[in-house]
Ligand binder design. Structure first.
Ligand SMILES: [Zn+2]
Length: 463
């Protein structure tokens, strides 16, 4: 074959197969991973994972999917300190997971010198991939915001929502409609008359407000706002109008999968952190079990699509939670350890502490307080305990976190939980992952959380 006929042969082959025949074999060039799913259990330290494992065995007769993922995939450890503190907040930690750069607490998608950072979402979009963000908090809250906005103050949620409309993110599912609806509409927190939900619709997003609308959607661009504020705690869900985290994850994978170039998906179990802030162990474990169901959904997808890297980790530990023994009022120095199946008392917990507080605030008699606590935790508290705790913590006047902690402490005579704080702590968090072995090797070790972010940016930037 002459040079010329070689060329026309090659061009013909190129047109026929769509591949340039002189290029190195496609396999050698192809990225190892097309899709990355990053799942963040907000506030999910090791102790609450351990307690949820016991609860899962007790309530569901099986281990957590997360425990199985650690065993069958990789397990590592992440140190979470931020650029300006040993203890990170969710904004700095999420920015670090989104960019690979440690930053200051409160910063969203921005480096410590106020610089704009390349996020995994931006790298993915530049490569023609789709991007989805799913959470049980407001979609403008710190964790999803860090993947889709640029601010030096996480509380600027109106501005964050404005940036999210223009972010190019294909799918946003969560709560927080109050920052998307114009001033004057019920529950809105906007200070202007912009209707960001309508602006998103004009850009081609389908707006879904209920679980039913979400499940029925066939759109490739989705904005799901299922609550004015955060979604309800799992234990408080009023009806089936709010989707579960697993359902949102499943829908996100359906939508993002319809793209040959792959995707990046972030899924946040955001209310594990909220429950731990209010020192509500029962609600936190219920949130973690719901997060675990979402992990099952994502892992099922990963098994069918081995070119997907699934990483499950946390931004930080919250609450300094532990399983503890019970103090004996009659013998203050002796502690009675809980039974091996002591976690089963959780079956009685029907509602979150947060939902109980407004009622406690209004309660006008000790009997009413007893009834409310019974309805929350299934616990009978005696008059003396109510009087003592009420006198100590001024129950009838608003309930900041430390006072809810006091209520939880009062419940310890049946709920075997202790907390050291109502805020975040510096304990390292676990990393779990399944996917190609060479990548798992990079996650199977103690590391700074920035290394996880760097790995994902690297994968999403690969052409
Ligand atoms: Zn928090």
């Amino acid at each position: 074959m002459s040079n010329r006929s070689w060329l026309s042969f090659a061009l013909g082959l190129t047109l026929a197969t769509g591949a340039w025949p002189f290029a190195a074999p496609a396999r050698a060039e192809a990225p190892l991973v097309r899709n990355v799913i990053l799942m963040i259990g907000d506030g999910m330290g090791l102790p609450i994972v351990g307690a949820a494992e016991l609860a899962s065995r007790q309530q569901r007769g099986r281990s957590l999917t997360l425990t199985r993922l650690y065993k069958e995939g990789a397990m590592g450890l992440a140190f979470t300190g931020s650029a300006n503190s040993m203890i990170t907040d969710s904004a700095a930690a999420a920015t670090t997971l989104a960019t690979g750069v440690k930053t200051k607490n409160g910063y969203i998608g921005m480096g410590p010198e106020d610089q704009d950072l390349l996020t995994v979402a931006e790298a993915a979009k530049q490569n023609g991939k789709r991007v989805g963000l799913v959470t049980t908090t407001r979609i403008s809250h710190a964790t999803p915001a860090a993947f889709s906005a640029l601010q030096n103050d996480r509380d600027e949620e109106n501005a964050i929502a404005e940036q999210q409309v223009d972010s190019g993110v294909d799918l946003l599912l969560g709560g927080g409609a109050r920052h998307w609806l114009p001033k004057g509409s019920p529950g809105s927190k906007r200070k202007d008359h912009r209707n960001l939900a309508a602006e998103a619709q004009a850009k081609g997003y389908q707006l879904v407000r209920t679980r039913q609308e979400l499940l029925a959607s066939k759109s490739d661009k989705l904005l799901g706002l299922f609550h004015l504020d955060h979604l309800s705690f799992q234990v408080d869900k009023p009806d089936d109008s709010e989707p579960s985290l697993a359902e949102m994850t499943g829908k996100a994978l359906d939508v993002l999968d319809r793209n040959a170039k792959g995707f990046f998906l972030m899924v946040e179990g955001g209310k594990i952190d909220h429950a731990l802030h209010s020192n509500d162990g029962a609600a936190a474990i219920a949130e973690l079990l719901a997060f675990d169901d979402a992990i099952s959904r994502a892992w099922d997808y990963q098994k069918l699509h081995p070119d997907t890297l699934l990483i499950v980790t946390s931004d930080h530990d919250t609450g300094g939670f532990t399983i503890i023994g019970q103090q004996q009022p009659e013998k203050p120095r002796s502690i009675r350890y809980p039974e091996p199946d002591g976690i089963k008392v959780l079956h009685r917990a029907q509602r979150s502490l947060e939902s109980m507080l407004p009622e406690l605030e209004k309660a006008s008699s000790i009997e009413e307080v007893q009834r409310i606590i019974k309805s929350h935790a299934g616990i009978d508290v005696d008059r003396e305990w109510v009087e003592r705790t009420a006198a100590k913590h001024a129950w009838m006047k608003g309930f900041p976190y430390h006072e809810t902690a006091a209520i939880a402490a009062g419940e310890q005579h049946v709920l075997p939980f202790g907390f050291t704080t109502s805020s975040h702590v510096a304990t390292p968090v676990l990393i779990g992952a399944v996917g190609p072995d060479s990548l798992l090797a990079r996650l199977r070790m103690p590391q700074e959380n920035a290394e996880i972010g760097r790995l994902i940016v690297e994968i999403m930037s690969q052409r």
